[in-house]
Design a protein. Structure first.
Length: 116
C-alpha cells in the first residue's frame, strides 16, 4: 500500500521538477521538459486514485462488507480504472480553437476533470 503512494509521489515530483526546468528555459523553451511535466502531472492523480481504489477494495474485503457496497467487489477496480482511463484520454485531447466548437471542447475537458 505504501509503495503505491510512494510511486505516485515520485511521479508527481518528477513532474514538478520538469516544470521548474521548463520555467528556467524562457524564452527558448525545449520540448522535453514540457512533455515530461504534462504527462507526469496528468498521470499522478490517476495513480493516486488507483491506490485509493485498491485500499477501498482491501478494506471492504477485510471487514466482509461487500453486501454494503453499491458496486460488487469484482467490478470495483474495473469500473474505477475505466473511469480513470476515460478521464486520462479526454484530458489528453487537444482543445479545438474553431469558434463553433471551442465552447464544446472546453466543456468536454471540464467533464473529464469532473470524472477524475
Amino acid at each position: 500500500m505504501s509503495s503505491q503512494l510512494t510511486f505516485r509521489r515520485s511521479v508527481s515530483t518528477i513532474g514538478y521538477i520538469a516544470r521548474f526546468m521548463s520555467s528556467r528555459e524562457a524564452p527558448d523553451y525545449t520540448l522535453m521538459p514540457y512533455i515530461q511535466q504534462s504527462l507526469t502531472l496528468l498521470v499522478a492523480p490517476a495513480l493516486f486514485a488507483g491506490s485509493i481504489y485498491m485500499i477501498l477494495k482491501r478494506i471492504i474485503g477485510a471487514i466482509q462488507a461487500e453486501h454494503h457496497s453499491p458496486i460488487r467487489m469484482r467490478w470495483l477496480t474495473k469500473l474505477f480504472v475505466a473511469g480513470d482511463l476515460l478521464s486520462f484520454f479526454a484530458q489528453g485531447m487537444p482543445l479545438d480553437d474553431s469558434t463553433e466548437l471551442h465552447w464544446l471542447s472546453i466543456l468536454f475537458h471540464l467533464q473529464a476533470v469532473a470524472v477524475e
